[in-house]
Write a protein that binds this ligand. Structure first.
Ligand SMILES: NC(=O)c1ccc[n+]([C@@H]2O[C@H](COP(=O)([O-])OP(=O)(O)OC[C@H]3O[C@@H](n4cnc5c(N)ncnc54)[C@H](OP(=O)(O)O)[C@@H]3O)[C@@H](O)[C@H]2O)c1
Length: 283
């Protein structure tokens, strides 16, 4: 009976025009939608949600029905994003918060200051990060060293330490760190940034081991070249110079990375995707 129904369905499917078949394939009722349901009403805190990968994550998690805590320094951008997402997904609750991850005092006040319905963070996306310049180790300024290490390493540690105790208490949670291919590779002029992402790699792998006997998951996502505001920040607002970085490449997009993060976050509770590397295609 089941077999004959399936065979009728298959015949009907194959007689459809190819455009309809493609549409049905993209809908993927069997697995995709069910796994997205796992993210409904989860509370997701994203650092650096005002641009690039963080902003793309906010859009993808909202589409999956998660409630969001969006943080960054540029709060005007967060407010705009909140307003767009609230119109599109009225059921999704969104809280915005100005937060410089380098500011330990403010990071420590993060959880106590959240409205009660946002306090129990289920998923932390440690995304805030940046690179400054392309100077060799001998030439890089003290200020650039401090900014990269304070943001990419110490900021990630501060936010993790603010959120993890609650996850331990509730015995549930997922920490997703945005590392980089620069967490395992190096290049001339990238010494400090690479050192900071090597540190993210070490922290992620250590956390994974320290939490292996708990239900709390730890994932490190390691992108290659992603076309965001990253290179604009690197070259202090010089868009022309930033654009040249991607010439001759087919770079990844923030959305590509966000989709992967959503995939990792929406696995069943017992599946911990420890790490993933995403590489751009060179054309
Ligand atoms: N783009 C790439 O090629 C690439 C590759 C590998 C890994 N990554 C990593 O991906 C993450 C996101 O970068 P992106 O490419 O999306 O760059 P982006 O477009 O420049 O976005 C960076 C985000 O980080 C935030 N941020 C920077 N400093 C911060 C601070 N002190 N406190 C709080 N937020 C801060 C920025 O927000 P505000 O300025 O508003 O604070 C912004 O929202 C970073 O960790 C980066 O290292 C990027």
């Amino acid at each position: 009976m089941i077999r004959s129904t399936l065979s009728k369905f298959q015949k009907a499917f194959f007689s459809l025009p190819s455009s309809s078949k493609d549409l049905i394939r993209t809908l993927d009722f069997s697995r995709g939608i069910n796994s997205m349901r796992r993210l409904e009403r989860k509370i997701v805190l994203i650092t650096g949600a005002s641009a690039g990968i963080g902003e793309a994550c906010a859009k993808e998690f909202a589409a999956a029905g998660s409630n969001l805590i969006l943080t960054a320094r540029r709060v005007d951008r967060l407010e705009r994003l909140k307003s767009d997402l609230s119109k599109k997904y009225p059921q999704v609750r969104i809280h915005t918060l100005q937060l410089d991850v380098r500011d330990k005092t403010n990071v420590d006040k993060l959880v106590p200051g959240l409205p009660s319905e946002f306090k129990e963070v289920d998923i932390l996306v440690n995304n805030a990060g940046l690179v400054i310049g392309l100077d060799k180790i001998n030439d890089v300024t003290d200020d650039a060293i401090d900014t990269m290490i304070d943001t990419n390493v110490k900021g990630l540690i501060y936010v993790t330490r603010a959120i993890l105790p609650g996850m331990k208490e509730r015995q549930r949670g997922h920490i997703i760190n945005i590392g980089s291919v620069s967490g395992t590779q190096v290049y001339p002029g990238g010494g400090i940034y690479c050192a900071s992402k090597h540190a993210v790699n070490a922290i992620s792998r250590t956390l994974l081991l320290e939490l292996v006997d708990t239900p709390i998951r730890v994932t490190e996502i390691n992108p290659g070249m992603v076309e965001t505001e990253f290179s604009i920040v690197r070259f202090k607002g010089d868009k022309e110079k930033a654009g040249k970085v991607y010439q001759g490449f087919n770079p990844l997009t923030g959305e590509d990375i966000a989709e992967t993060i959503i995939f990792a976050a929406s696995r069943p509770d017992h599946v911990n995707i420890a790490g993933m590397f995403l590489q751009e295609i060179i054309i």
